[in-house]
Design a binder for this molecule. Structure first.
Ligand code: HEC
Length: 314
């Protein structure tokens, strides 16, 4: 077991995931009750929980920091975590717990967080938490995210996902906007899969996605967590036919800087935002070439709007 685990950890380090536990430190003691603050946080359902006693103690967890007004990477982060949750299936809430902690607690009341969670179809076992700003500061510092999180300029926060196994004291940092399959597999390996004999059922059943050039790659990594082309609306609208429906210059501007169009009260942006409440189309800082490749991909895909999922079914 010991050697398997060290081999696993070596493999994880090699795979560019950053292991936070200092090498050679095997006991859980250092990362237990003495280390993590036991502050009170409130869930999206208004339940008060203790950070260490209720959320960490004895559990395997994935924790990130978010805020619902974020116009940068957090909406993508949340949409990707929702995909990870679907890949992990019913393990979430049973042997892996997801926590998204708001770094904008004054705005993110439990009700705001609940609406946000529903918008992303966050399933059971995933808590959205708010609390006192000082307490949340402390939690993020202890999670090793304080240098990454400047509460004064929240948009600078790095989308990192801390994955921890409290009983063994092992923690690692991943990018929260990584490929959901990679994250799901990483978690499965890191926590161990109780059902021996192969990968997760839902993971194995997930259809292989065809490689479709750079536009397709970009779409899959940056957009598909929220949009489909022809499979119906998701977190955001179905984009089938959008290149025919909308003016080209508008589309380029919208995909590049949706936040600016909304701030400028562009009537289409305002109308879309009203229809897709609670989540904003994020500004993903795409280059003009990336936007062009994406629109080309959406246009091509709209001609044969067969979903990836349907395409892979017999
Ligand atoms: C976190 C979820 C999310 C991600 C990621 C995302 N979008 Fe959106 N998108 C939305 C939402 C929500 C709307 C609806 C408008 C709003 O509420 O801001 C939208 C609207 C749009 C629209 C306007 C649709 C219409 O009917 O006019 C386009 C085009 C679009 N997105 C393209 C993209 C592209 C291209 C990407 C990838 C680079 C992307 N989106 C990534 C959530 C997302």
């Amino acid at each position: 077991m010991g050697t398997t685990r060290s081999a696993l950890i070596a493999a994880l380090v090699a795979s560019a995931a950053m292991l936070v536990r200092p090498p050679g430190l095997l006991a859980a003691g250092r990362w237990g009750a003495d280390y993590f603050p036991n502050v009170a946080l409130t869930t999206q359902d208004g339940k008060v929980v203790r950070f260490y006693d209720d959320l960490l103690k004895g559990k395997a967890v994935a924790v990130n920091l978010v805020y619902t007004r974020c116009t940068a990477s957090c909406p993508l982060e949340t949409a990707k975590l929702a995909q990870v949750q679907r890949l992990l299936g019913d393990r979430v809430g049973k042997d892996i717990h997801f926590y998204s902690i708001s770094i904008d607690p004054a705005h993110d009341t439990p009700a705001v967080l609940k609406a946000y969670a529903e918008k992303f179809h966050a399933g059971p076992g995933w808590l959205f938490l708010t609390g006192n700003e000082d307490d949340i500061n402390l939690v993020s510092k202890k999670l090793g995210s304080s240098s990454l999180t400047d509460l004064a300029s929240r948009d600078g926060h790095q989308p990192s996902l801390m994955i921890g196994n409290e009983p063994t004291g092992e923690w690692m940092r991943n990018s929260a906007v990584d490929n959901p399959r990679f994250l799901a597999t990483t978690m499965t390996n890191f926590f161990g899969n109780p059902k021996r004999g192969g990968p997760l059922k839902s993971y194995a059943e997930a259809p292989a996605m065809p490689e479709v050039g750079s536009g397709g790659y970009l779409f899959r990594s940056r957009c598909s967590a929220c949009h489909s082309v022809g499979s119906g609306p998701a977190v955001g609208p179905d984009l089938a036919g959008v290149t025919a429906r909308r003016d080209r210059a508008w589309l380029v501007q919208y995909v590049s800087e949706p936040d600016r169009l909304l701030d400028e009260k562009d009537p289409i942006a305002v109308d879309l935002f009203a229809r897709y409440r609670n989540v904003r189309m994020p500004n993903l800082r795409l280059s003009p070439e990336e936007v062009a490749a994406l629109l080309h991909y959406i246009e091509e895909k709209s001609r044969s709007p067969v979903s990836f999922r349907n395409a892979a079914m017999p």
